[in-house]
Design a protein around this ligand. Structure first.
Ligand SMILES: [Zn+2]
Length: 601
């Protein structure tokens, strides 16, 4: 899942949480999940019989458990050895050194076909995609479904977060009905890969971006499991452009909404599943509405939208049994592959149109819309009631497991901050990590062979503050951004990043200081937060006295400040600092964002 309905204030509380061993043995620790909704569907016929020599490890265990990294690879190696359609493509290594690989399923031939890249286990406790993919690969290789490869290639990543996949326990995902052995959400570096697309801190994400750039998939599936509220839907999905909202790549968004969405919905319904939009519900009052929000580029979908890669998030519902979820995921991947084959030319045209687009502005942040975007008249919900919990001391929701059809408002967002894009951004050679990230993402730039001096729009931060630790960073909350023209010299090796390029919006998301997932917001520039030269009191005090005597306006401003701000008036250092800031001796680079914006376009 992507959003937490509820999270412990972990940092402060961690020391007070007793070890599990302290709970008396008499307490039943089985997670008390809501009632199960009975289910049968045509997709059950996809399951191999127990006698089948090609039965997958999960099928062989009746979907009670999922195979380990090694066992998964052993099954795949056997399948690859048996089929000329399959091959293995290693594409990197995890932080702990495990090989990352994709299984490539393709028919031989010279013609380049559109590629479906299906990625399982970015959150490796949400592993439905892996076991669905093994079944589908088997059926493509050996069971007559090879026609799916007539007009498309499949690239299947069975386990993206391979280190987390091996941190296995039955206690990893208390809100989820199986498998019994679940992997862990984050990597061995405790980083969440589905927050890492833009900043790409992890070796896993760097490897994935390399794979995306190598194959330029026509469609990229990011396969998850979601918890949150209860409802009848078992297979939910999302993409930028859903119902026409939020897409930065409008042609791709339209294809996904008008062609892909109805086709996949119909295929799932035919197979007996209950497909629907990804549900980000209200945990305290589920009837208030569900959220349809824009994704920033830390997420697969937000990143794909800016990188012109059609990207779909699949979220099976954690309260449905593992078997049902795996089967729905199988149908989802299979139908996606069929669509990529049949729609390859139209997808390519949509990608080309969006890549050729040169928007002058970009919505950076969104705020809550004043009224619902629309209402789903026949939302397939589940009944609930509330009760007062002696544990929490407040009203809690109890799900009752009875299907109900209800009106459900879809709550959304409207644009908040909108940036007018500059002609280019200038990144100094002193920020090699930023330049390396631009290169990783395939953003075009020119490198200066000789120093250049020019006047750029430069931004100074107002009152930056550290936020809580997040994904290995201490992100910044910045109260304001002051723009001013400023002459700067960029040494040789600095780079100019034009916004006039297919990935101009991605560059903006990364480099515009006010972008919520910008490198500045992640605090890639902590060095600018520190002032490094000083002035002694015996110098600044007499200089300040001279300034007061010579400048009546300054004197009035100072006296007004003394009157209005008692704390300031009582603080000699602050008073002298006020004058220091107004002298040319002050550190002119303090709080200055070093990336310049070239405005004339
Ligand atoms: Zn997830």
């Amino acid at each position: 899942m992507r959003h937490f309905a509820f999270m412990l204030a972990a940092v402060a509380a961690a020391a007070a949480i007793p070890a599990a061993a302290a709970i008396p043995a008499a307490v039943d620790l089985t997670a008390p999940l809501p009632p199960l909704l009975p289910w049968h569907g045509a997709s059950e016929r996809l399951i191999a019989s127990p006698a089948d020599p090609w039965i997958t490890p999960a099928e062989a265990r009746n979907f009670d458990a999922t195979p380990s990294y090694a066992e998964t690879r052993a099954y795949i190696d056997r399948l690859v050895a048996a089929s000329p359609l399959l091959s293995i493509e290693p594409f990197g290594r995890t932080a702990q050194g495990r090989e990352l690989y994709a299984v490539r399923a393709a028919k031989p031939g010279a013609a380049r076909k559109p590629v479906l890249l299906a990625q399982a286990g970015i959150h490796s406790g949400e592993i439905d995609g892996k076991d669905a993919g093994l079944m589908l690969l088997r059926d493509i290789a050996l069971r007559g479904k090879d026609r799916l490869l007539d007009h498309a290639d499949l690239l299947f990543v069975p386990i993206f977060n391979a280190d987390g996949h091996e941190r296995t326990s039955r206690y990893n995902r208390p809100n989820q009905r199986g498998p019994a052995n679940q992997g862990w959400r984050t990597t061995a570096q405790n980083l969440n890969l589905n927050r890492d697309y833009l900043k790409a801190d992890t070796p896993e994400m760097r490897a994935m971006i390399g794979l995306l750039r190598k194959y330029r998939p026509a469609l990229y599936l990011d396969l998850h499991v979601t918890d949150g509220t209860d409802y009848q839907y078992d297979i939910t999905f999302a993409f930028p452009g859903w119902a026409g909202y939020y897409a930065h790549s409008p042609n791709i968004g339209r294809w996904l909404d008008r062609t892909y969405r109805p086709a996949v919905t119909a295929a799932l319904a035919r197979a007996g599943h209950v497909p629907g939009m990804y549900i980000d519900g209200n945990a305290e009052n589920p009837d208030l509405g569900i959220n349809l929000n824009a994704d920033t580029p830390r997420f697969s979908t937000g990143y794909g939208d800016l990188a012109r890669i059609p990207t779909v998030l699949l979220e099976t519902h954690s309260l449905k049994p593992y078997r049902q979820r795996v089967l729905g995921t199988y149908v989802f991947i299979e139908e996606s592959l069929r669509l990529v084959g049949g729609e390859g030319a139209r997808i390519a045209a949509a990608i080309a149109a969006d890549s050729a687009d040169r928007p002058r502005t970009e919505v950076l942040t969104w705020k809550a819309a004043p009224r619902p975007l629309y209402v789903i008249p026949d939302f397939k919900g589940v009944t609930h009631k509330t009760y007062r919990s002696p544990a929490s001391g407040r009203m809690e929701v109890r799900w009752l497991g009875k299907p109900v059809t209800q009106r459900m408002p879809v709550l959304g967002q409207v644009p908040d901050r909108i940036a007018t894009l500059p002609a280019a951004w200038w990144v100094p050679v002193t920020k090699p990590d930023v330049i390396a990230l631009l290169r990783l993402h395939g953003i075009a730039f020119e490198t200066l062979a000789a120093p250049r001096t020019l006047t750029l729009d430069m931004v100074r931060l107002q009152s930056p503050e550290a936020k809580a630790p997040d994904e290995g960073h201490i992100p910044l909350k910045i109260a304001g951004f002051v723009h001013a023209g400023r002459e700067e010299t960029f040494p040789a090796g600095s780079v100019r990043v034009p916004s006039d390029q297919p990935l101009g919006l991605l560059a903006a998301a990364m480099l515009e200081p006010e972008s919520p997932d910008s490198l500045l917001a992640w605090n890639f520039f902590p060095e600018i937060l520190q002032r490094t030269e000083y002035i002694e009191g015996y110098v600044i005090a007499p200089l300040a006295e001279r300034m007061l005597a010579a400048d009546p306006a300054l004197k009035r401003e100072f006296e007004a400040k003394l009157k209005a701000d008692a704390k300031f008036a009582a603080d000699p250092e602050a008073r002298l600092g006020w004058f220091y800031e107004r002298t040319p001796y002050y550190d002119a680079r303090f709080l200055l964002y070093p990336i310049g914006r070239e405005l004339n376009r």
